[in-house]
Design a protein around this ligand. Structure first.
Ligand code: ZN
Length: 387
């Protein structure tokens, strides 16, 4: 790979012909059209938060260095931004009046309203740019390893870079596009940010059974994403069909896995939701995220709910009562040991070798209070829990 350091390019040059696409969330072109700011393998613009974008302009106004920028020089002489796209897009968006910075009094200042000397200072700022020339594979491999833009690329952004092509382009138009009207609906089930590729990552994870990279590699040059879309929609449609309403805890569940495991079973959505509401109202349920799989699995696996346990005071008090009574009768303080035939029949267990047990199981309406607590030796408690 050949690199050339350029120090002659100014913000004004870069912003000449700057185009920003709101729909895709991308800075597109600069340098009079010869620079592609966001090639396919670049992530979306994520600095538009009123902080990172403003910080770029503040840095320039204070003559702070903006850091190195890398361009990839293509065989036809055109340039692509390899690293620095967020900074360049911030400059372009500011100069074209897309956002404001704040002046010393906290008043918003758009570029057009800045004093002329400050405008000039921005436009005449020279950038430090490395132009790199090399084979695509070489450049991409290197791109994988650079991390100088402040926010490291996440796993899916890296995959989009490595497997760039028509398939990724179509995927991003569908799953990384915050203007897509479906995003609102999807966000009930999917956690994370559209522009950080979290939705796309889920879609690919689901369709590939978790083998995202090999799936992207196999489909890299496909001209459609029908399979990804169909599978994704099946999962979402199934989830919204089985659970007719939405709760916060549904967001970010492993819907792909749940779909695979449960979608062949028939459910009555009305009854399902009644059960969900009941469990939401149950103060013994600690893990609300577990409610959905618990219900899908027929309300059997209470481990999913992390039912509230007895507290230490309750355990100690029940232990003391049980042990006193057992000693008087000359039997074990574990009621199950006491009715057995082996050596443990008269064994007095110490507190740390016993566990608290619900006399009436929580799933059968038993409460987690002292009236429903008994202490069992660990092996009997385990044996009872497994029934
Ligand atoms: Zn026992």
């Amino acid at each position: 790979m050949k690199t050339t350091l350029r120090t002659d390019i100014t913000v004004k040059d870069i912003c000449d012909g700057f185009v920003y696409n709101e729909l895709e969330g991308k800075g597109l072109y600069g340098l009079s059209g010869t620079l592609t700011i966001q090639p396919e393998y670049q992530r979306n613009y994520i600095y538009a938060d009123g902080k990172k974008d403003v910080a770029v302009i503040d840095s320039v106004l204070r003559n702070y260095p903006l850091g190195l920028i890398y361009f990839n020089k293509l065989k036809d002489g055109r340039l692509e931004v390899l690293d620095g796209q967020q900074r360049i897009t911030s400059l372009g968006r500011y100069v074209t009046g897309k956002f404001a910075i704040k002046d010393a009094n906290g008043m918003p200042q758009y570029f057009g309203a800045l004093a002329t000397d400050l405008q000039e200072r921005i436009l005449n700022t020279k950038l430090l740019i490395y132009e790199c020339e090399g084979e695509e594979s070489e450049i991409k491999e290197w791109f994988r390893t650079i991390n100088i833009a402040g926010i490291p690329l996440n796993a899916q952004e890296l995959r989009n870079a490595v497997y760039s092509g028509p398939f990724v382009t179509l995927c991003k138009a569908e799953f990384s596009n915050s203007q897509n009207a479906n995003v609102q609906k999807w966000s009930a089930y999917i956690a994370g940010a559209v522009n950080r590729q979290d939705y796309l990552e889920r879609a690919l994870e689901w369709v590939s059974g978790g083998k995202v990279e090999s799936y992207m590699s196999n489909h890299r040059f496909d001209n459609n994403i029908n399979e990804v879309k169909a599978y994704f929609n099946s999962v979402i449609d199934w989830a919204s069909g089985v659970f007719p309403e939405v709760e916060n805890e549904m967001r970010g569940l492993e819907w792909g896995r749940l779909y695979e495991k449960y979608h062949h079973q028939a459910y009555n959505p009305k009854e399902i939701w009644k059960k969900v509401k009941e469990l939401y109202a149950d103060s013994y349920v600690k893990n609300r995220k577990g409610i959905f799989e618990y219900v899908l699995g027929g309300c059997v696996d209470t481990k999913l709910l992390e039912i509230r346990l007895f507290d230490d005071a309750t355990k100690k008090s029940v232990y003391a009562k049980q042990t006193n009574e057992a000693k008087e009768k000359g039997v074990s303080n574990c009621p199950y040991c006491a009715i057995g035939n082996d050596n443990n029949r008269t064994k007095i267990w110490v507190l740390k070798d016993m566990d608290a047990d619900h006399v009436t199981a929580w799933s059968k309406g038993g409460t987690t209070d002292i009236s429903n607590c008994q202490m069992l030796c660990k092996s009997h408690n385990r044996a009872k829990g497994n029934k």
